[in-house]
Design a protein around this ligand. Structure first.
Ligand code: SF4
Length: 438
């Protein structure tokens, strides 16, 4: 993708956006630690070299904090108006420019997963062009569109205003439009589905948008299935703990991924980075570890702790074991049983200007304190205020920052009434008392 002509002047669109809209690369949003820019390349895919280049640019242009959001977008924090322009140029130069229009999400294994009903990427490309024209000033400031081709890492866990879902009809593949209220179209051919989706979006009114139903995506961790039965592509998922990391660590991960043989990376829901490469030997290893069918039984993911994850590569090419070991050494989540996966955390104060209490510095300590709850399969949400940006769905325990302390909500959301309010220095002791049985 080519870079736009550089006029030498900051374009008007690069001005910070109002808080009700989403930040983007060309229109970053002001927050507590400067401007924040969000980008989602087409299909969430970029080369490993581009990821390294963007990490380097984030270190140079921002405050060093990089995020992979719950929806699978990349965010760079701590920018100024001038450095935001530098970051934008760096992203274009890396060939990772986000397409125009609202973000259209496809699954992280789209086009590779033999279990998917249809490759969603061609339809998504057509849809992006259609939506770039369909979205107007009257359209909702936030719009979530999902094109779900099915497969082991489908997008059921991603909330959306509109879903285009692949279905099989009489042996053929078609697309059905759905909202949270159910199907809104019969199965349609690709072009018809794109047209119908464009009409749907064009008819949305900013003032009447209903929030999509909250969902929680599955984090893609470990050696994913051998995704190319007809070829030799394999994929490995790594999760960014709590969704944020240091640009230097991300750069080191990209370097390690390249050395392990990965070629591309897909940004994935659940703060994920799915690295894809080729290596016939490791594809055989993964298939052996997953069983005779070649598919594991738990969300299509073979854990890094499984025989496939630990086995040394037999031939050259992409080595999942090497990448996962490097990722774990750098502090990224490489195993599905990592307790950090149970905690949803927002930016909190002072990173977020609306935060009433800190969150991220407490994350590891909260996970440790909540070990009994997490071991019982419980979920924890740590939020800097009652808005609850990190998790719209209920959690077994929600810790809500407020002036002077934290409220504890059981089996609810950030905006619910807390059963207890504790001072900051009493928080961890209170969390440790919470068990999974309520
Ligand atoms: S929940 Fe509150 S503190 Fe956390 S990111 Fe959202 S607005 Fe900021």
């Amino acid at each position: 993708m080519s870079a736009p002509a550089d006029t030498g002047a900051p374009p008007a669109a690069r001005r910070p956006v109002p808080r009700e809209a989403c930040p983007s690369l060309v229109a970053p949003m002001a927050t507590g630690d400067g401007l924040i820019a969000r980008l989602l390349p087409a299909d969430g895919e970029l080369t490993v070299a581009a990821l390294a280049a963007i990490a380097a640019a984030a270190a140079r242009c921002g405050n060093g904090v990089v995020e992979v959001t719950q929806r699978g977008s990349l965010q760079v924090r701590g920018l100024s108006a001038a450095t935001a322009a530098d970051l934008e140029h760096a992203v274009h130069a890396a060939g990772a420019s986000p397409p125009a229009g609202p973000p259209v999400h496809v699954g992280p294994l789209a086009g590779h997963d033999p279990a998917e009903i249809a490759d969603p990427r061609p339809l998504a490309a057509m849809l992006r062009m259609r939506l770039a024209a369909a979205v107007t000033a009257a359209s909702p400031a936030k719009l979530a569109i999902v094109v779900d081709g099915g497969g082991d890492l489908g997008l059921d866990g991603l909330a959306a205003d509109l879903r285009l879902v692949a279905v099989r009809t009489d042996g053929a593949t078609a697309w059905r439009l759905e909202t949270d209220d159910g199907p809104i179209s019969p199965p349609l051919a690709t072009a018809e589905a794109v047209a119908a989706a464009g009409d749907f979006v064009a008819g949305l009114d900013r003032s009447r948008r209903r929030r999509p139903r909250p969902r929680v995506p599955v984090a893609p961790v470990g050696v994913l299935l051998p995704v190319g039965w007809g070829g030799d592509a394999i994929a490995v998922g790594v999760v960014v703990p709590y969704g944020f990391t240091d640009a230097g660590l991300l750069s080191a991960l990209a370097t390690a991924a390249g050395q392990a043989g990965a070629e591309t990376v897909r940004l994935a829901p659940g703060h994920g980075l799915v690295f894809v490469g080729t290596g016939a030997g490791m594809a055989r290893d993964s298939r052996d570890g997953a069983g005779a069918s070649g598919r594991s039984v738990s969300g299509g993911v073979t854990d890094a702790s499984s025989p496939a994850g630990d086995r040394a590569p037999q031939s050259c090419g992409f080595s999942p074991a090497v990448l996962l070991a490097a990722a774990a050494n750098l502090g990224f989540i490489a195993r599905r049983n990592d307790p950090r996966l149970a905690l949803s955390v927002c930016a909190g104060a002072p990173v977020c200007g609306s935060g009433e209490a800190p969150t991220r510095p407490l994350a590891d300590a909260v996970v440790a304190a909540a070990a009994p709850l997490i071991a019982a399969g419980g979920s924890v949400h740590l939020t800097g205020c009652a808005k609850g940006c990190a998790r719209a769905a209920p959690a077994d325990l929600t810790i809500v920052g407020r002036a002077g302390g934290y409220g504890l909500v059981r089996d609810g959301r950030a905006g619910d009434v807390p059963v207890e309010v504790v001072a900051r220095d009493a928080l961890l002791a209170a969390v440790a008392l919470v068990r999974g049985d309520g």
